[in-house]
Design a protein around this ligand. Sequence first.
Ligand code: ADP
Length: 155
Amino acid sequence: MEQTLAILKPSAIERCLIGEIVGRIERKGLIISGMKMMQLDEKILREHYAHLVDKPFFPSIVESMTATPVVVMALSGKDAVKVFRMMAGVTNGRDAAPGTLRGDFCMSNQANIVHASDSVENGRIEVARFFRPDEIFDYKYSDIEFYYGDGEMAD
Ligand code: ADP
């Protein structure tokens, strides 16, 4: 099944939003295939945000992303990348739609609560960047078929 990487950023950890975000992910029906807390550093952020390393605000991304540990999650499901990207909302919390994580919980373009992989290929690359293979678990919720229409999950 498709996988995507979610990072609960320091802006979520500092405000005790872990439970709220994990609850939304579970209720949506995305399967939590991997989850752990870790401290990010500049080295991994230079890889993860390679497209932003030359921007003037990159040092402030490093500062905000290393302010506390983060929670990283590998999420699985049909169209998991698109689904979690939509749950996150657009980058700037002030533009993000109500009902999305960024739209509901922040006012910031930077301290925007979660990371969500932006393509299927990046989902694969990012899960592999943050998780060892033995940290990813292949299981399903016992009622997972009820989150999908008949046969839809296997399409
Ligand atoms: P997204 O996280 O929505 O995929 P980007 O890949 O463009 O967005 O940016 C990665 C992260 O870098 C954003 O989530 C945000 O935390 C930070 N960021 C992006 N643009 C800016 C900016 N102009 N000023 C400060 N931080 C930014």
